[in-house]
Design a binder for this molecule. Structure first.
Ligand SMILES: [Mg+2]
Length: 267
């Protein structure tokens, strides 16, 4: 894989400024560049990541929306690319995996960003999280290689304890890693990678270049993407109950997202 570590050198944490209830987005046109988060946006969240179900017809819908825009549609996910390909087969278009560590362009070429400091820090944290997850209480460590996610959906009452412990691990990792709290999950990611930077990298290249971007997401890690979209004058759409967000539109559920996507481009 080609490596371009300088690409992500301008990371900035999300800054949440908008808290009002957001209206539904209009449908987008053929000139839009479309970016879609996966879990909690296109797929209902499952108790474990491997248990998600892909609605019949969703890979076909993604394929249609991409083809209508000369390939200007990318999945932007915390999952690795190999899982995205498995879930959405036979679709094989543009995608960012692991929050942008892995990025497949619309022409199929790959870009991989993982700096040695992040890799070393993840190596120190990995056995500690593995030991915690081995206590039999229902914690699940998802080792994605370039990131580490600890799911506590089975033991939500341990949230405070887990967040405190994770913060001590992050502090020990100095500046290499950021710690993101999502829906019943904490995740350690390289600090120089986020969904906003992944979207910016796509937008610098054809077939995304010059289009008006649209991004749909549901969770904390999507806020970097919303901020990037807002800077570019696009539509940032948050899925779920109202809360502080950088998004400028809202949809209430995964079902509403799928319905909105299906209506796009139809007469
Ligand atoms: Mg999500």
């Amino acid at each position: 894989m080609q490596s371009t570590p300088g690409q992500c050198a301008t990371h900035k944490d999300a800054f949440l400024t908008v808290g009002e209830s957001l209206g539904p987005p209009p449908t987008f046109d053929l000139q839009a560049a479309v970016f879609l988060d996966v879990d909690g946006t296109l797929l209902e969240i499952a108790p474990r990541p491997e248990l998600v179900r892909v609605p019949l017809g969703l890979p076909g819908l993604i394929t249609r929306l991409a083809e209508e825009r000369q390939g200007a549609l990318a999945l932007i996910s915390g999952r690795p690319l190999v899982q995205l390909d498995e879930l959405f087969q036979p679709w094989h278009g543009a995608a960012a995996g692991l929050h942008g560590i892995e990025r497949r362009r619309a022409d199929g070429s790959l870009n991989c960003i993982l700096d040695s400091a992040s890799e070393a820090a993840l190596g120190l944290i990995r056995p500690k999280l593995a030991a915690l997850a081995a206590d039999g209480s229902g914690l699940v460590l998802e080792d994605k290689g370039g990131t580490l996610a600890l799911h506590y959906r089975a033991v939500p009452d341990r949230e405070t304890e887990i967040h405190a412990y994770a913060e001590t691990l992050r502090a020990a990792a100095a500046t290499a890693l950021r710690l993101i709290g999502g829906k019943m999950v904490i995740e350690f990611q390289p600090r120089n990678v986020n969904k906003g930077l992944a979207i910016a990298a796509f937008m610098a290249e054809p077939p995304f270049l010059g289009r008006r971007p649209v991004f749909v997401g549901d969770d904390t890690t999507d806020e970097d993407g919303f901020a990037e979209i807002r800077r570019r004058g696009g539509m940032a759409i948050r899925v779920g109950k109202p809360r502080k967000t950088e998004a400028n539109y809202g949809l209430p559920s995964v079902a509403a997202v799928l319905d909105w996507l299906e209506r796009t481009g139809l007469p």
